[in-house]
Ligand binder design. Structure first.
Ligand code: PCA
Length: 218
């Protein structure tokens, strides 16, 4: 059985829900292109999140695909991230009260890694099926970027994970979160789940990414 590892985060910053976990959980057991989604919830804690990732990677067959999800409050679209930075710089404490400043995720690791998901093809597929999506050129410097960098470092350096495709996707807030924070953009859960179905299918079927504009001026 081919395995897709799909992670979501626990709630953070005193919130009670995190759409990234709601989406991952909704897709647990979903089958696509002969592979089955295994959803895993990760702690919003520097360090511990990568220990939990390692446990999930070891829990079964080597995955064909690893996609990590996180919430980006304020965003309006599903946003595959392009690059992970080797940097922790937390604006708020994580769920264990840690607030690292200007610390590398991996000492002596490269400055950055690129996603190995076909991010342009994913955005193209989402948009052509009527869902809002854009490439994001920064995953921030909090726990999501920490996980993204840690994941890409493992995929790049571990011989048992050679050739496994992986990346990170930020999703918008849910309408119920926006109801508590007037003015916050949101996207309903069913639409987010549909977006992730399209994304996973594209990641499994498109080998060479599209060459299509996905940059931003700032
Ligand atoms: N979003 C945060 C951490 C957990 C989450 O869902 C982030 O973007 O770093």
């Amino acid at each position: 059985m081919l395995r897709i590892l799909l992670s979501g985060f626990e709630p953070f910053d005193r919130d009670t829900v995190n759409p990234s976990w709601e989406v991952a959980q909704a897709l647990d057991g979903w089958q696509v292109e002969g592979a089955t989604v295994q959803a895993v919830q990760l702690p919003c804690v520097f360090g511990a999140v990568l220990e939990r990732l390692d446990a999930a990677l070891a829990d079964g067959e080597r995955p064909v695909l690893v996609v990590a999800l996180g919430l980006a409050g304020g965003r309006t679209e599903v946003t595959p991230e392009r690059a992970a930075l080797n940097l922790d710089d937390a604006r708020i404490p994580d769920n264990a009260g840690q607030q690292p400043v200007d610390r590398p995720v991996v000492a002596d690791g490269p400055a950055a890694y690129f996603s190995t998901l076909p991010i342009k093809a994913i955005v193209h597929a989402l948009r052509s099926q009527g869902l809002p999506a854009s490439v994001s050129n920064t995953a921030g410097t909090f726990v999501c970027n920490h996980l993204f960098y840690g994941l890409m470092h493992r995929l790049a350096t571990r011989s048992d994970l050679q050739g496994v495709r992986g990346g990170f996707v930020h999703v918008p807030a849910l309408p119920e979160q926006a109801a508590r924070m007037p003015g916050m953009p949101s996207l309903d859960l069913a639409t987010q789940v549909q977006g992730l179905r399209i994304l996973l299918h594209t990641a499994l079927t498109v080998q060479t990414d599209l060459r299509e504009q996905g940059g931003s001026l700032h």
